[in-house]
Design a protein around this ligand. Structure first.
Ligand code: SAH
Length: 230
């Protein structure tokens, strides 16, 4: 599946993701089209390859088809003016796409909070977002990139309509469930040797349901190793 969607430019990559049924909505296609992946990778020659790419510090930017899957599953809970948490925000790519889904150029201001525990990656994501033209969203707080332990979430800005987790947790972190709005949805890889995406839904009354979606291979959600280098 992965390689089939590779394009020679951003528009072709997105068209291929749609052609193969991974992008299923115009809304996701339009938001992804606003974010050039070349601004979020180290090797720009490989920007439109549908594969993860190493970004340093034991981290990878996820493959475009994984970002597209995540957006599709989260879409029913993403709304203009909404609040989103992206745990393990890495390159900042998904924070950018989510920003275009919750904030509009005509003035509706949503909020995207990205959190990563590697300070160099937080700085990388901020630089990438600025290079991608999102400096004003960072300046006025529509996008906030935070250094911290994502397993604890970021209670200050919650609750969140949507939580995306970009690294695999051994078990579902309870603080993230608590910081989910009612209603709200989380997309999180869970597991160690064998990982699957768990969709965690909280309804209007606060009832939580968990649905296993499909098997995946993600970088683990870990304690920070201060020795981790590029
Ligand atoms: N979704 C991002 C990055 C995925 S790689 C992208 O596509 O660019 C997973 C990220 O999770 C890495 O950046 C890693 O630093 C981060 N991470 C791992 N454990 C973490 C933790 N406990 N708290 C916050 N971030 C963590």
């Amino acid at each position: 599946m992965a390689w089939k969607c590779t394009g020679s430019n951003s528009a072709e990559l997105i068209a291929n993701l749609a052609k193969h049924g991974i992008i299923q909505s115009e809304t996701v296609a339009t938001a992804m089209a606003k974010v050039d992946r070349a601004n979020y990778v180290r090797d720009k020659a490989e920007a439109y390859v549908d594969a993860p790419q190493y970004i340093g510090y034991d981290a990878t930017i996820s493959a475009p088809h994984m970002h597209a899957h995540a957006l599709q599953y989260l879409l029913p809970h993403i709304r203009l003016g909404g609040r989103v948490l992206d745990v393990g925000s890495g390159s900042g790519y998904l924070a950018a796409v989510l920003h275009h889904l919750v904030s509009s150029p005509s003035g509706t201001a949503g909020k995207v909070v990205g959190i990563d525990h590697i300070p160099e990656l937080v700085q990388f994501s901020v630089d990438n977002l600025r290079n991608d033209g999102l400096g004003s969203a960072l300046d006025d707080g529509r996008i906030v990139m935070i250094e911290g332990d994502g397993r604890k979430g970021w209670v200050q800005e919650g609750p969140y309509d949507v939580i995306h987790v970009g690294a695999a947790a051994p078990t579902l972190p309870e603080p993230l469930v608590e910081q989910l709005a009612s209603p709200g949805r989380m997309f999180i890889p869970v597991g160690t040797d064998i990982q699957s995406i768990l969709q965690v839904d909280k309804d209007e009354k606060g009832n939580v349901t968990k649905t296993k979606l499909f098997g995946v291979m993600y970088v683990p959600l870990t304690d920070r190793n201060p020795k981790t280098t590029f």
